[in-house]
Design a binder for this molecule. Sequence first.
Ligand code: G4P
Length: 534
Amino acid sequence: MLDTPSNRPELPPEIARRRTFAIISHPDAGKTTLTEKFLLYGGAIQMAGQVRAKGEARRTRSDFMKMEQDRGISVSASAMSFDYNGFRFNLVDTPGHSDFSEDTYRTLTAVDAAVMVIDGAKGVESQTQKLFEVCRLRDLPILTFCNKMDRESRDVFDIIDEIQENLAIDVTPASWPIGVGRDFLGCYDLARDRLELMDRADRNKVAQTIEIKGLDDPLLEQHIPADLAAKLREDVEMARELLPPLDAKAMAEGTLTPIWFGSAINSFGVKELMDGIAQFGPEPQPQRADPRQIMPEETKVSGFVFKVQANMDPKHRDRVAFLRMASGHFKRGMKLTHVRSKKPMAISNPVLFLAADRELAEEAWAGDIIGIPNHGQLRIGDTLTEGEALRVTGIPSFAPELLQSCRAGDPLKAKHLDKALMQFAEEGAAKVFKPVIGSGFIVGVVGALQFEVLASRIELEYSLPVRFEPSQFTSARWVHGPKEAVEKFANANKGHMAEDNDGDPVYMTRLQWDIDRIARDYPDVTLSATKEMM
Ligand code: G4P
């Protein structure tokens, strides 16, 4: 096991060895390939290619998944657990497409760090930038992996400059590439003064490691050509002069990111990155909650739902709530309190997601992600505890940016549509507003692609063809304020009012001017673009 610079010796070893993180990247940068290699080194799969193969087998099962495949996007987040070198890694997958950014934001509330994968030829791309901004909102520690170094890629200093400038984060090299493209031989490990050489003949083979005594060691020339050795010495000297050193505190605060160079498809640099995650992870962090923060080492179990996925198996109406364990040691069969309803829940069939399979979770510790099958009691933002009325905070619901009205293709099936839309609203896949006047629903999403996914899921999962049509409104805002003020406001603006799926009042309009006017005319009410989920 590596030494971890844990500043929390009070953490039980089972919790201290957990690393819960997500991978953020632009589509095509190599997230799937890297995930596959993680699982391979984690011993969770025997052969690279299984994640993709399983993915394809799953995709052919439904048109919805086919859409993912056609567009090369991943829209459903899932969690995977595996062991590596004495550590338990929990990898939470995030959708890469910006139309699903709300889902991604919530996913990122469940992790303690993010791995940012960039393509060495392309640098920081639009999606990476957006996802990074989300991580920044939570000050998440970021570890960077610059992938595809086996291809022609950009100058290393250029890439580092671009990250520093575009993302406003300091970069420190953990490794330094030797040669690029066809001449890429491997990396020099700056922390451990050793050479890692890539084996091009066998893509799944772990790199050969050669211990050397610093860059002046003449052994270097025995393994790499003299011109590349000279360039390596020059580059590393410059990097050490110009770039900040690896500082664990700055990293933990999200102001500095270590960067590893490699080639996921050639399994190169992956282990070094995994060692980095183990070393700088960090371990499960305290969780913001009301009325007090939750510490992972508390003996009492608590956790919160950050994602609900319904109909994972289209043949059964199943629903799985993904729970991030915030504290304690959970054992299967435990009775926990569902804080929102104050009701007890026996958690008898929790699942753990191992690679692409599900397995009954006999136990789980703070930091772990478990899936709880349920019939709709568990919603995003819900907290489970051993009785204390704690509520994990910071899981917002964003006002949708696009609104459309939704109608059943067959008017006789309007009731079914009602049910389907409520389910998607609870799952967090869309906002559903029921106008106070008139019939039908207005559905709000963050990205246009979500309408297509919804329409195809409703058709597939409920055998219900639906139409989305432009709505007369373009913005929705939650209305907050003292009860009488909100009621007075709602009565005076009936034509603009709706209820969301929790029954909370929402004001809809197509004019920003209206929103500004209300701020002046109704000083007692506030219109807000986010609502805390609870
Ligand atoms: P994503 O999940 O981020 O979208 O990326 P994914 O891993 O699917 O990788 C995108 C493409 O990049 C894949 O090629 C993959 O093989 C390739 N790739 C990943 N890592 C490396 C690398 O280190 N070097 C090189 N040269 N290529 C890499 P594809 O042609 O789209 O798919 P496939 O036919 O290989 O499956």
